[in-house]
Ligand binder design. Structure first.
Ligand SMILES: [Zn+2]
Length: 272
């Protein structure tokens, strides 16, 4: 078995849907949302890869083998480090227009230089600056793509980041990116919770209108159902009431946060 396929765990969820899992705690133990779920959708003539992962081992050879002769579209759900660092392997990558600039230049991961994990040598060999894809193209809310018997619609869901997107397929899957998953949540400052809640209610409304919707988050377990969205919505709405229980927690020097726990989630709330 190749080194790549030992690193990634690949599973076939449906005839047209593969999940390529990568453990992000390999990079630094502070990140606990294992695994990262990278999704590959196979239409009749076009495939869509949703995220390229941590950039530790080549992912393209795996994708090439799975897609056969199909054309490939590559999307990033958002710019946070665990999602776009394999972009360099691809000619062209799409991301929401708000985050094009973050992934158009070398991605600085120097905050991992003191990681206790040996795997960061992969980043060190690149001076902790991971190169981007050659071409970055912008996505907007409502953009649609035809993969051949599967249609995909881009839903802009700001909150977790300004350019987070979710994808709704004509076959009834909703890819919720880092906007919703069962795991530790990274939220903006409290004053911006309404943005997060608006995005979640947009997704809740979509689910209620569709006949079958399965939720495929970018971290941890899948598929989930509508309860994920309503649990998270209620949890975030309730944070104000448990605000006194917060404790300070910093991720390196770029994310100073308050940590608050309830019975379903841990929340990291940005101080800035
Ligand atoms: Zn993530």
């Amino acid at each position: 078995m190749s080194k790549e396929s030992n690193h990634f765990e690949i599973s076939k969820q449906k005839d047209y849907l593969y999940v390529i899992k990568e453990n992000i705690s390999l990079v630094h133990p502070v990140y606990t949302n294992d695994p990262l779920n990278i999704y590959l959708l196979l239409g009749t003539h076009t495939a869509l890869l949703l995220d390229t992962g941590c950039g530790l081992f080549p992912i393209k050879p795996i994708v090439d083998e799975l897609i056969g002769k199909r054309k490939l579209l590559v999307f990033n759900t958002h710019y946070h480090w665990d999602h776009p660092l394999g972009n360099v392997e691809f000619e062209e990558v799409y991301i929401h227009e708000n985050e094009v600039e973050f992934v158009s230049k070398p991605y600085d991961v120097s905050y991992f230089k003191d990681s206790p994990n040996q795997i960061v040598k992969v980043y060190e060999e690149q001076n902790f600056l991971i190169p981007p894809a050659k071409v970055i193209k912008p996505l907007k809310d409502g953009n649609v793509f035809d993969l051949g018997e599967i249609g995909v619609e881009v839903i802009h869901c700001p909150g977790h980041s300004a350019g987070s997107i979710c994808l709704l397929t004509s076959t009834g899957e909703l890819f919720t990116s880092d906007v919703a998953y069962y795991g530790d949540q990274f939220l903006p400052k409290k004053e911006e919770f309404s943005i997060v809640l608006n995005s979640l209610s947009k997704l809740i409304n979509i689910c209620k209108k569709q006949e079958i919707v399965e939720l495929y988050p970018s971290h941890r377990r899948y598929p989930c159902d509508l309860n994920l969205l309503t649990d998270l919505y209620k949890g975030i709405e309730n944070i104000e009431k448990i605000w006194d229980t917060k404790e300070a927690f910093n991720f390196f020097d770029f994310y100073e946060s308050w940590q608050i726990d309830d019975d379903k989630f841990r929340y990291y709330i940005s101080k800035a």
